[in-house]
Design a protein around this ligand. Structure first.
Ligand SMILES: [Zn+2]
Length: 221
């Protein structure tokens, strides 16, 4: 499998002016969940019992920890960490960016890149290729990493690769009701599903088509 597409020009070092201005770093542009606020409420509500002994969990300060942790009466700590979503921006030979219209919530009916949760027994590269194949029917070879984006309110970190289509047939299904390769000049900015997708596209443009800008503000989620 070819990972490195040598036919592409070398990337520009500058990630774009927006990236430098955000106090939480470029990955902080895509989240509103403040540092120190712990797990988002929907996730905390699902963490009621210790997975080791079954006793109730409570948020407490624990010796040796720098923040409150969910802990049971027997001292088992339930650490809560984000999950990794692996995704690709497949780019056609014409330089068009392939996006899918999502068939499921969140973001149903809106556009995003193919992707999904990394499984515990695969590398991020394997997962990104697998998810792209599952959602679009297309086989891709990964290129450069476009970026890493936080959606902490969803307890998710999104890794986005640029990719090249090397086989398969674009096939819609329940997860992707439409599959469209958009010219970079006419990306569907008002209908982008997630801020993570928005900022990844901004970063991709800054690298490949620096003369272009998004035509609207980031989406609310
Ligand atoms: Zn326990």
């Amino acid at each position: 499998m070819t990972i490195d597409d040598r036919s592409e020009p070398p990337p520009e070092p500058a990630p774009g002016p927006e990236a430098d201005e955000h106090p939480r770093g470029p990955d902080g542009r895509s989240t509103d969940h403040p540092f120190g606020s712990g797990p988002p409420p929907w996730l905390a509500a699902s963490l009621n019992h210790c997975t080791v002994c079954g006793a109730p969990l409570a948020l407490k300060l624990v010796a040796g920890e720098e923040r409150e942790r969910l802990v049971c009466a027997n001292g088992h700590i339930a650490y809560v960490n984000p999950r990794l979503v692996v995704s690709t921006f497949p780019v056609t030979d014409e330089g068009h960016v392939l996006l899918i219209r999502r068939g499921f919530e969140p973001g149903r009916g809106l556009w995003a890149q193919p992707g999904g949760f990394l499984e515990v027994d695969e590398t991020p590269s394997e997962g990104a290729i697998r998810e792209t194949r599952e959602e679009t029917g297309l086989h891709v070879a990964l290129g450069e990493i476009v970026g890493l984006y936080a959606r902490l309110e969803a307890a998710v970190i999104v890794l986005a690769y640029e990719a090249r289509i090397v086989g398969g047939e674009a096939t819609t299904g329940p997860e992707a009701t439409e599959i469209v390769a958009f010219p970079p000049e006419s990306l569907p900015w008002p209908e982008i599903a997630f801020r993570t997708t928005y900022w990844a596209l901004v970063d991709w443009l800054a690298r490949r088509r620096p003369e272009l800008r998004p035509s609207g503000p980031p989406p609310g989620r």
